[in-house]
Design a protein around this ligand. Structure first.
Ligand SMILES: [Zn+2]
Length: 246
């Protein structure tokens, strides 16, 4: 749909980069963000400011005091409320043009199909591998790009999974690369937000066919030493999920 006068002004700083056609494409995107915390909450805010058409926010948790060092959507008055409800209220004020659907649930085998629905993209703000593997399966099945990020301490990691093209999450972590699984990941406040923003950059590049999409590789940023470590990814032979043969 053509941009309105309000949209032309709202997006005037990015239109020279994205062009009107690009912005119109962005306006039609439907994005599922699962986990609306340090990574996903920051990604959600930038997706809404960017002007995507629809965002589905999924998180079963309520706001806690210990979230406030890194989860920028929330403040002290929100403690005890559902994160997705607070996020909905805040983000609607940022950009009422975006359809925002808050779902206070976690990804489960029995709700996966409905929650993914007709979404165009999946943004990973999750904090556990079980849910990530569920999302990965559904993305491969429905041919939806999966924007993966995670962090711990001063370290964050990122890749973009394009079904039927790049290795899937099971190819990556079902093989030699490890990701630690704990009750929660201790991290320094600034680290998750930064990687959440890069997920959104990847999403823009993917959907607007811009150069520089980071795929087939996993980057692990060591923020202490400003050192990115880049690992070339390969499809897992006979992967149980994407079924590709090396
Ligand atoms: Zn795979």
């Amino acid at each position: 749909m053509k941009l309105s006068k309000e949209e032309k002004e709202r997006y005037s700083r990015q239109l020279p980069v994205l062009k009107e056609k690009g912005q119109e494409k962005v306006n039609d995107l439907k994005v599922l963000v699962s986990g609306v915390g340090g990574i996903g909450g920051t990604a959600a805010e930038y997706l809404v400011r960017l002007g995507i058409g629809e965002i589905r926010l999924l998180d079963p948790d309520t706001v806690e005091l210990s979230n406030l060092n890194r989860q920028i959507l929330y403040n002290k008055d929100d403690i005890g409320r559902n994160k997705v409800d607070v996020a909905f209220e805040k983000l609607k004020k940022v950009n009422p043009n975006v359809d925002i659907e808050p779902i206070p649930e976690k990804l489960r085998r029995d709700n996966l199909h409905e929650i993914f629905g007709d979404m165009d993209a999946f943004v990973d703000g999750l904090d556990n591998m079980q849910a990530r593997y569920l999302a990965n399966k559904e993305c491969v099945k429905k041919d939806i790009p999966y924007f993966h990020a995670a962090c711990e301490g001063f370290e964050s990691r990122l890749t973009t999974i394009i079904p039927n093209e790049t290795p899937c999450l099971n190819c990556i972590y079902g093989g030699k690369i490890e990701i630690k699984e704990k009750e929660y990941e201790p991290t320094v406040g600034v680290v998750p937000g930064k990687i959440g923003i890069i997920e959104v950059e990847q999403l823009i590049k993917y959907f607007l066919d811009l150069k520089g999409l980071f795929k087939d590789k996993l980057v692990i940023f060591d923020e202490k030493n400003i050192k990115p470590r880049i690992i070339d990814l390969r499809k897992k032979k006979n992967c149980e999920v994407c079924g590709s043969i090396d």
